[in-house]
Design a binder for this molecule. Structure first.
Ligand code: GDP
Ligand code: MG
Length: 448
């Protein structure tokens, strides 16, 4: 995942004070790969990467963030900028009914969405009417009627009850749409959702029909429904609908599948239209407002805090763990050298702290994360380095004058040397217990 790759890149970036061109390029390369993996359209990726590069190179060096964190911040800002900073709400008409028209390819999820949207609006106190203006496919009208019934929402259809399931209903979809809106006005429905026909590919006749329906009902919102699995085709399809019908917002459907949602970025980037809703399953409740921040994480594949925590834990070297296990087996004692090695393992996690803190959901781990203080580990390292090899394996010999010498050598106060030796003593005790009981219960010796 991108988190893995960025963590690797970040290791190289750590400690550098500014963003060099090579640092930026290495990071941007990983971002570009992640976007392509998420099926973001190639030209969109190209533009995006170029913008990130430019911003990262021009960025003021921040005191609070290291270079890698700074780049992640920029990427996140840019992604959210394109996806929309906040979810755009439905625009309701001043004079009801509000007319919402659905457009998109066949199978995109329009009819299902009509039911979901209807149910959702009804739950908010609206009284929606679904209008069956897809007269292209056999069964299309019945499908909407079934969906409406499940949603508990009224449906306006051209020939109620007499449609054969093998024949497309007859009639003029533009007239049906217009009549549907008139019906809503007459029956005091405050929202009308107009379902329309789609084709498997973009087609001039279908596009003209959708444009005619739009002209006839003058909708407040035209929602372009697009299958999240569509991948690289998202851009062409979105452009065709933008030119053919134009739309005010996007609905990303089938987000319950494997798709990382790159289509959202492609469509939003190419059309500048906001993604407003996400459809996440076949059920009527599998529907939610689109959250740009969550989508940014999903596209970058970085939102999974647990994965990152896991990685941090894995940075406890397998070799180191094996070495420890052998020491226990051989009944050797735990030395200050071992203690230092542990500290260095902990530092590997500490270096991820700020990055982890930026991740959505990090709040719940904040307390644990706060405990890692890298400077503390630096001091521990300095102290241990100031000891002689003999002192490191036999800390009992470290008397008052040795403590003073070690403190001078490492530039700390004697009390810090005392504190370290005390923590070490506790860690050693714990390690002995573990040697008897087996297993490693965590990270002994984490400075508090
Ligand atoms: P339309 O041709 O645009 O009206 O598309 P439909 O609403 O008929 O949906 C086509 C198929 O996709 C149906 O089998 C739906 O059950 C399914 N579908 C629609 N939305 C979703 C979704 O968000 N997730 C999944 N998994 N399936 C969906
Ligand atoms: Mg349909």
């Amino acid at each position: 995942s991108l988190s893995d790759r960025l963590t690797a890149t970040f290791k190289n970036l750590r400690g550098k004070g500014r963003l060099s061109e090579a640092d930026v390029d290495a990071t941007v390369r990983e971002i570009r790969r992640a976007l392509l993996d998420a099926d973001v359209a190639v030209p969109v990726v190209r533009d995006f990467a170029a913008r990130i590069r430019e911003r990262a190179l021009g960025a003021e060096v921040s005191g609070a963030l290291n270079p890698s964190q700074q780049i992640v911040k920029i990427v996140n800002e840019e992604l959210q900028g394109i996806l929309g900073g906040e979810t755009r709400r439905l625009r309701l008409a001043k004079n009801p009914p509000t007319v919402i028209m659905l457009a998109g390819l066949q199978g995109a999820g329009k009819t299902t969405l009509a039911g979901k949207l209807g149910k959702w609006l009804k739950a908010q106190g609206h009284s929606p009417l679904l209008v069956a203006a897809d007269l292209q496919r056999p069964n299309a009208v019945t499908q909407l009627q079934v969906v409406g019934q499940r949603a508990g929402v009224a449906v306006f259809a051209p020939h109620p009850g007499i449609q054969s399931e093998f024949e497309a209903p007859t009639g003029n979809p533009v007239a049906v749409a217009r009549d549907g809106v008139a019906e809503a006005r007459a029956k005091l429905h405050d929202v009308v959702i107009v379902d329309t026909a789609g084709r498997l590919g973009v087609d001039a006749e279908m596009m003209q029909q959708a444009a005619d329906i739009r002209a006839a009902v003058n909708p407040d919102e035209v929602l372009f429904v697009i299958d999240a699995m569509i991948g690289q085709d998202a851009v062409n399809t979105a452009k065709a609908f933008e030119e053919g019908v134009d739309f005010t917002g996007v609905v990303l459907s089938k987000l319950d599948g494997d798709a990382r949602g790159g289509a959202a970025l492609s469509v939003a980037s190419v059309t500048g239209r906001p993604v407003m809703f996400a459809s996440t399953g076949e059920g009527l409740d599998d529907f939610e407002l689109f959250h740009p921040d969550r989508m940014a994480s999903r596209i970058l594949d970085m939102g999974d805090v647990l994965t990152l925590i896991e990685q941090a834990e894995q940075s406890w070297d397998k070799d180191e763990a094996a070495r420890m296990a052998k020491k226990f087996a051989d009944q050797e004692d735990f030395t200050l050298e071992d203690f230092l090695a542990q500290m260095q393992q902990i530092r590997k996690m500490g270096s991820m702290k700020k990055m982890l803190m930026m991740m959505p959901g990090a709040a719940q781990f904040r307390q644990q994360l706060e405990q890692f203080d890298e400077r503390e580990i630096d001091r521990v390292e300095a102290i241990v380095r100031s000891m002689t090899p003999h002192e490191r394996v036999a800390p009992k010999i470290i008397n008052g004058s040795r403590r003073a010498r070690i403190a001078r050598g490492s530039g700390v106060h004697v009390s810090e040397v005392n504190g370290l030796l005390e923590r070490f003593g506790q860690a050693q005790k714990m390690m002995r217990k573990m040697a008897q009981g087996g297993g490693i219960p965590g990270m002994p010796g984490i400075p508090g």
